[in-house]
Design a protein around this ligand. Structure first.
Ligand code: NAD
Length: 406
């Protein structure tokens, strides 16, 4: 087995036949994973003629792990994911009950996967609730490790909440009602800057037009507002030659058109803008809570969660994942839409530098949608015959063309 190595600059070194971790997931996970692996393997074979291939390393997590080990995410699985460096996962059931943390959150924190990255692009043929879905081509970088998701919160009647209320009242003159639960929203300079840095690096590398900092800084000045300030600081201090602020750009149009324009928008306005001025937005960098809402909202504009891919990416490790849940009612029926996981796999191939294979996949998926070859979730909206999950995978493979032919 050839594992991906990490060099002294924390950069990944990908061998020709890398071992990649695969968590199949719960519910529809096994169905969509099987199809996704078949599609990915076929695209890699076509793009590189057998010279490169992935050795898939199964990693157990979720219900399967619980049955085997009594734990949903055993240490051996975390060790294996670490060894693989790059992995892909299907959806996992979040165990219900006090004391259970989401397995996804655990993995994000364990591997410091601080950027949740979600490209959102329209495939012609996919049913959409908006008039011009083709205007959408965004990629959201959502901070993944802090904000209100840090889990620092107390029930209204807990001892901690009482102590905190007392402290705030005695020391800072802040009165909080006795029936109020309390949550804390940490937004740090280090974590904000590294997230924005990743978004700007991506924008420069991929020749994207702009990076928009989305925040609610008009109300939450020292958390959301600070995120915006630190974002501009990164652009100014680290990417001066490659970026220009919107203000500078507007005052001298044309002169800096090759640079990435850095702008900011207040969250509520941004929700309107993605609908009314979709084409003006490109790369988005935002805090955890904003990003959670915004990424599902924009995904809905181009066909919903069954399609949108995602990746959780840190400085070294990365786990790519379907963004939807386990859809238990379709579990084991070979009916689910595997597109989200297939496109997450395609993102993963780009991440390891296998761009040709990724293009093969995206073109073939696009051709399927154009010809309305779809699974039941979309077939019932389009009023066409539904393909099974595995059949949809085969239709994608049939439409694959060598990059030079496409
Ligand atoms: P869900 O995404 O599983 O389902 C929402 C709706 O979308 C359902 O109607 C479902 O049938 C449909 N759907 C989702 N994916 C589909 C696909 N690929 N093809 C066709 N239809 C699809 O969300 P939920 O019902 O809120 O959650 C179910 C379980 O999944 C919960 O345990 C939840 O914690 C978990 N979950 C996991 C992740 C993850 O692992 N990343 C994300 C979200 C939810």
């Amino acid at each position: 087995m050839s594992f991906i190595e990490i060099d002294s600059n924390s950069k990944i070194k990908v061998p020709e036949n890398p071992t990649i971790g695969m968590i199949e997931g719960d519910g529809i996970g096994p169905d969509i994973s099987k199809t996704a692996v078949r599609v990915l393997n076929s695209a890699i074979e076509l793009a590189y003629g057998g010279k490169s291939y992935i050795e898939w390393q199964k990693v157990v997590a979720g219900d399967e792990a619980f049955e085997k080990t009594g734990k949903h995410l055993p240490q051996e699985s975390l060790d294996l994911l670490k060894k693989c460096v790059i992995s892909i996962k299907g959806p996992l059931t979040t165990p219900i009950g006090e004391g259970f943390r989401s397995l996804n959150v655990t993995m994000r924190q364990y591997f410091d996967l601080y950027a949740n990255v979600r490209p959102v692009k329209f495939f012609p043929g996919v049913p959409s609730p908006v008039k011009n879905p083709e205007k959408m081509n965004m990629i959201i970088f959502r901070e993944n490790t802090e904000d209100l998701y840090s889990g620092i919160e107390w029930r209204y009647n807990s001892d901690e909440a009482k102590r905190l209320r007392w402290y705030l009242s005695e020391n800072l003159g802040v009165k909080i009602p006795e029936d109020a639960g309390i949550g804390i929203k940490p937004i740090s300079k280090f974590k904000s800057k590294r997230l924005v840095r990743k978004a700007i690096e991506y924008a420069i590398q991929e020749h994207r037009k702009s990076v928009t900092l989305v925040h609610k800084g008009n109300i939450m000045k020292y958390t959301e507002g600070a995120f915006k300030e630190w974002g501009y600081e990164v652009a100014r201090e680290e990417f001066k030659d490659y970026t220009v602020t919107e203000e500078e750009f507007n005052s001298s149009p044309g002169t800096s058109s090759w640079k990435v324009v850095i702008k900011d928008r207040i969250t509520d306005n941004m929700f309107q803008q993605v609908l009314t001025r979709t084409q003006d937005y490109d790369v988005i960098a935002t805090t955890n809570l904003n990003g959670d809402y915004l990424s599902d909202a924009v995904a809905a504009q181009v066909g919903g969660l069954g399609i949108a891919p995602g990746g959780n990416i840190g400085d070294v490790y990365a786990i790519f994942e379907a963004v939807h849940g386990t859809a238990p009612k379709y579990a084991g029926l070979d009916l689910a839409n595997p597109t989200s996981l297939i496109l997450s796999g395609s993102m993963m191939l780009r991440h390891i530098g296998w761009t040709l294979a990724s293009e093969v996949i995206e073109n073939a998926v696009g051709d399927c949608y154009k010809e309305q070859k779809v699974t039941q979730d979309l077939a019932r909206v389009l009023n066409v015959k539904a393909l099974k999950c595995s059949e949809f995978g085969e239709e994608i493979i049939k439409r694959m063309k060598k990059p030079s032919e496409s």
